[in-house]
Ligand binder design. Structure first.
Ligand code: NAD
Length: 351
């Protein structure tokens, strides 16, 4: 199991170090190799995605990434900015399926802005298509019309095969969970998503055990805050998924708890926390490393098919929270405030 470890910028190195510590504590055969990405790539090799980093990622079974970005890079030419390194590596690796769980640990129910009874026990998986839709469709651009007025154009498009492959990811995941898929579209007004719905219905015939439902995106946005526990797996296109996954993440209260995975056709994946490089707290050893540790859990589960070790770490995280350990972002009265590295140590001890 070869893993490319890309700490990146800001809190990236601090949080990735904790996930590496936990992976090493499993005592399984893992080959971890570090490389630069983002601002760190630019500083070291003049490129936010150095060729050596891309090669390492391509040769590895999985990538574990921290985060990229920082104020000092905001004035660089667009192509040299840290975020560009991230977009490029996703594209180069063909990562079309983005998985973002929104899972609320009972101990943290009071951290959500919603009432505890609405969110406690929440466990949703959002499967978002990542390489198509209006973000990539042609034609696009800003043009000037004959009358001199400017017009902006983007194009929403999906082919049948693109819809089918993301649908398969969602149905396969549902088979390992509560066997419910809710496909989110806007089929009443957008033909692209009318096709999306048709393909999902066709695909569902291959998964007779899975209950497929459909929801318009505006209703889904409302239902996520009204009664979020009705969902198991949500599958949707790039733009709807972008918005809904951020909305769902806030149901859990802290961005420091949320992992993510982006997978290719063969379940090779890049695993990273959902948050950014948090430059405001970088270098202080106070960031929450749990989103990154839980990203390593997703790596074991989805790329390495190692459910036993995935659950070992998950249980260790739950135990650590039950013991009252909290980083600053999830701290409440009566719990024990710890540093980033101490949280990593506590998870290792719980393992
Ligand atoms: P951010 O997610 O980095 O931070 C938002 C807020 O959440 C900050 O107050 C931060 O301190 C806090 N926070 C984030 N992660 C935390 C953690 N693990 N523990 C405790 N608190 C945490 O978003 P931002 O401030 O909008 O962006 C900062 C930089 O990160 C920018 O350069 C942005 O481009 C980049 N960014 C990168 C990614 C990525 O690498 N995938 C994603 C989003 C933003």
């Amino acid at each position: 199991m070869k893993i490319a470890v890309l700490p990146g910028d800001g809190i990236g190195p601090e949080i990735v170090a904790q996930a590496v510590k936990v992976l090493n504590a499993l005592n399984i055969d893992l080959q971890l190799q570090e490389a630069h990405i983002g601002g760190a790539g630019y500083d070291a090799e003049g490129d936010p995605l150095p060729a050596s980093t891309l090669k390492l990622a391509q040769e590895s079974d999985a990538v574990l990434l921290g985060a990229v970005g920082g104020w000092q890079y905001d004035t660089l030419p667009r192509d040299m900015r840290p975020e560009r390194g991230l977009l490029r590596i996703r594209k180069e690796l063909g990562l079309f399926a983005n998985l973002r769980p929104a899972l609320l640990y009972d101990e943290l129910a009071s951290a959500s802005t919603l009432k505890p009874e609405v969110v406690s026990g929440l466990d949703i998986m959002i499967v978002r298509e990542l390489t198509g839709d209006i973000y990539f469709g042609q034609p696009r651009g800003i043009t000037t019309l004959a009358n001199g007025e400017r017009e902006g154009i983007n194009t929403m498009r999906y082919t049948e095969s693109e819809i089918r492959r993301i649908g398969r990811v969602a149905f396969d995941i549902a088979m390992k969970r509560n066997k419910k898929v809710c496909s989110v579209d806007k089929a009443n007004v957008l033909e692209t998503t009318e096709l999306w719905r048709q393909v999902m219905i066709e695909l569902s015939k291959d998964y007779p055990e899975v209950e497929l439902s459909h929801m318009y995106v505006d209703n889904a946005a409302m239902q996520l805050v009204r009664a979020p526990k009705q969902f198991d797996v949500i599958v949707t296109g790039n733009i709807f998924g972008d918005i809904l996954s951020d909305e769902a993440s806030m149901l859990t209260g802290s961005i420091g708890m949320l992992p993510s995975a982006s997978l290719d056709q063969n379940n090779k994946g890049m695993y990273e926390p959902s948050h950014g490089s948090a430059p405001d707290i970088a270098g202080k050893d106070i960031a929450n490393p749990l989103a990154t540790i839980l990203s390593a859990v997703m790596m074991l589960r989805y790329t390495f098919n190692d459910e036993a070790n995935a659950q070992r770490i998950e249980n260790a995280v739950k135990k650590t929270l039950a013991q009252g350990y909290r980083t600053g972002d999830i701290y409440t009265d009566g719990t024990k405030k710890v540093k980033c590295s101490e949280m990593g140590d506590a998870v290792v001890a719980a393992l």
